[in-house]
Ligand binder design. Structure first.
Ligand SMILES: [Zn+2]
Ligand SMILES: [Zn+2]
Length: 397
């Protein structure tokens, strides 16, 4: 590994910041204290900040030299509404809130890079340090864009990084093209007609209708989508009825659809509605169909991905870089940034969990688990990657 030496020197300071953030998790758009900490650190290091983009978002700006070139580096700041089961010193002090996705680590890695870049300025151009709120379902990235991020901070490319449990600690992975899926929700109500369960012919059974719809939906995935396209349709809830001897009036179905491309998503949404409406009609029932699109697919741009891979190799060594990682059906709102600007999003391995200190929970060290903790050994690795990415993107003459 070729880490940036001065960053290694302030690793313990970074660890302190990370653990402080971990102990004080804040949810979507409530990142008051976190953005205060971020802005205070940036200011202490002489970095001007813009606040208020996406409510609690913070952008630090480091300019050097005369070049017009600019890049953005992004970290997310929010935590999850879940209970931490770890009991170590830096465990969450807010019941029901936890940094279980490692955004405390992402924020700290970017702070580490900020400090070094401000002190050394070995580049020519502008670096925008984008600390965004509300990644976990609140579309903070979209909100920052709507609030004028790219007008106030014009940049040629933007990069993001997420820790990834299961990938060995400090290894880095990425792939060109779609790396994470679009996430979408559906809410369907089948409206029949209630009756005595011993006299089904006097009603319209919404439960049987819902079951037929659910079965037919899976044929959209298996028979109507090209086998070469990726998509998943998971019906995750069915609610109907309240007694063994009553046919209810209606049945509700809820679930998620994930795809890597918009055309596949368009087709699935359209066919789901058609199948639901026509199947219900065949049984004499009616359907209320709602489909909500959340995050779009995250698609890495080819040129920026190849560029990031070279930087990754320079920092952690070619043997620790996977440039063709298997995409995941999870979703991530960095996708909005990549719809607006060239760039790429990478994974940094968080390891298997043996980095956790005494008092950690008995569960696995995976994202969104109460026993998870970010791996502090990554702090200088991620920060070094950011610094090298800036210096390679904006080389001094
Ligand atoms: Zn998450
Ligand atoms: Zn996350």
């Amino acid at each position: 590994m070729k880490l940036v030496d001065p960053i290694i020197a302030f690793q313990s300071e970074l660890q302190q910041i990370r653990r402080d953030l971990h102990a004080h998790p804040e949810l979507c758009y409530e990142e008051q204290r976190t953005s205060e900490v971020v802005a205070a650190k940036l200011t202490e290091w002489g970095i001007p900040v813009i606040r208020g983009l996406g409510l609690t978002g913070v952008v630090g700006i480091i300019k050097n030299g005369t070049s017009e070139r600019a890049i953005g580096l992004r970290a997310d700041m929010d935590a999850l509404p879940m209970q931490e089961v770890n009991t170590f010193e830096h465990a969450s002090r807010h019941p029901g809130k936890m940094h279980a996705c490692g955004h405390d680590g992402h924020t700290t890695m970017l702070l580490g890079a900020a400090k070094h870049l401000a002190e050394n300025r070995n580049f020519d151009g502008t670096v925008y340090l984008v600390f965004q709120p509300a990644e976990e379902g609140g579309a903070g990235a979209k909100r920052m864009i709507e609030d004028g991020l790219f007008e106030q901070c014009p940049m040629d490319a933007i990069y993001g990084m997420h820790n990834w449990p299961g990938i060995p600690a400090g290894h880095m992975s990425v792939c060109e093209g779609p790396m994470m899926a679009s996430s979408n929700e559906f809410y369907v109500t089948v409206k029949g007609k209630g009756a005595h369960a011993a006299q089904p012919h006097k009603g319209i059974d919404p439960v049987m209708t819902a079951v037929q719809i659910a079965q037919s939906w899976q044929t959209i995935i298996s028979r109507q989508k090209s086998p070469l396209d990726t998509a998943v349709l998971s019906l995750t809830q069915i609610h109907a009825g309240s007694a063994t001897n009553v046919i209810p009036d209606e049945a509700k179905m809820v679930g998620t659809v994930r795809t890597f491309t918009a055309p596949v998503l368009d087709m699935i949404e359209k066919r789901m509605e058609e199948v639901a409406v026509h199947t219900a009609a065949a049984f004499g029932a009616q359907v209320e169909f709602k489909f909500r699109r959340n995050y779009p697919p995250l698609v890495n741009h080819a040129k920026e991905t190849r560029f990031a891979v070279e930087v990754m190799k320079a920092v952690v060594g070619a043997d620790k870089v996977d440039d063709d990682v298997e995409p995941t059906m999870g979703a991530e709102d960095f996708a909005y940034f990549l719809q607006a600007k060239p760039g790429c999003y990478i994974f940094i391995g968080n390891g298997e969990g043996d980095h956790r200190t005494g008092g950690h929970g008995l569960g696995p060290c995976v994202l969104h688990n109460g026993s998870y903790d970010f791996n502090d050994n990554l702090l200088p690795v991620g920060a070094s990657f950011w610094v090298k990415l800036v210096e390679a993107s904006l080389p001094s003459a």
